[in-house]
Design a protein around this ligand. Structure first.
Ligand SMILES: Nc1ncnc2c1ncn2[C@@H]1O[C@H](COP(=O)(O)OP(=O)(O)O)[C@@H](O)[C@H]1O
Ligand SMILES: [Mg+2]
Length: 225
């Protein structure tokens, strides 16, 4: 379980997340809110990319102030912009990067990559140059690059922004079948209808929290204001 207790985050003295206390234990949780409401800051707290200025973040009782490394192995993070994630010239090389870091044997790495490429339907991209991929292809590669590490939680920050309808469906079917817990920021509200829970941020506060239909409804009212 991931747990935030009285968390504040400020940038240059401006509070962007205020007194957030929440426990995340459902299988699939959606995060919504207007631009600048604090969604990315919130999800960055979940794997220690962002540390709280006040309060505490625990991942399975590991404190993010002290156990950042362990937490990052446990919580995989798919960035909004895949260019921040993909570093190697080819997809295959990029996939092996994290596994090499964890010192998996070479053969094991190759097998895992092969299996993942096929399982997630991107084997045709394996030997392509990463910088030549389309934005949507990069987004998928970035996701599979995180899944291959088999983290216990998967956090995704607007993973569908660059995807066409077909790849959006592919991504959602991947997410639906994952054994891991998923926390996903999105503006695609229709993707959240079968999620277990949705959180809505507004002006740095957790403004609404509950079943998708009711939280989305409150969000739509906010948008009309
Ligand atoms: N590294 C940073 N330095 C200064 N301000 C930041 C930084 N990151 C985010 N902010 C500000 O914090 C607020 C919340 O940002 P963010 O969490 O990215 O919102 P969202 O993802 O909901 O659009 C915004 O006003 C943004 O400009
Ligand atoms: Mg954001």
């Amino acid at each position: 379980m991931i747990r935030l207790e009285s968390v504040n985050v400020a940038f240059d003295g401006r509070v962007v997340l205020e007194n957030v206390t929440v426990q995340l234990q459902e299988q699939r949780i959606g995060i919504i809110g207007l631009n600048g409401s604090g969604k990315s800051t919130f999800v960055r707290l979940l794997n220690g990319l962002q540390l709280p200025d006040k309060g505490t973040v625990y991942v399975d009782d590991l404190d993010s102030q002290q156990e950042g490394r362990k937490i990052r192995r446990r919580v995989g993070f798919v960035f909004q912009n895949p260019d921040n994630q993909i570093v190697y010239p080819t997809v295959r090389e990029d996939m092996s990067f994290g596994l090499k870091n964890l010192r998996f044997p070479k053969e094991d790495i190759e097998q895992r990559i092969e299996k993942a490429l096929i399982a997630y339907g991107i084997e045709h991209l394996a030997d392509r140059l990463t910088h030549q991929l389309s934005g949507g292809e990069k987004q998928l590669v970035a996701l599979v690059g995180v899944l291959i590490m088999q983290p216990e939680y998967i956090v995704l920050d607007e993973p569908t922004t660059l995807l066409d309808l077909k790849n959006k469906r592919l991504l959602m079917s991947i997410i639906r079948d994952l054994g891991q817990r998923v926390i996903m920021v999105t503006h695609d509200l229709d993707l959240l209808v079968d999620f277990d829970r949705v959180l809505c941020f507004h002006d740095g506060k957790l403004a609404s929290d509950g079943q998708p239909a009711s939280v989305i409804n409150e969000y739509l009212q906010l948008c009309d204001q």
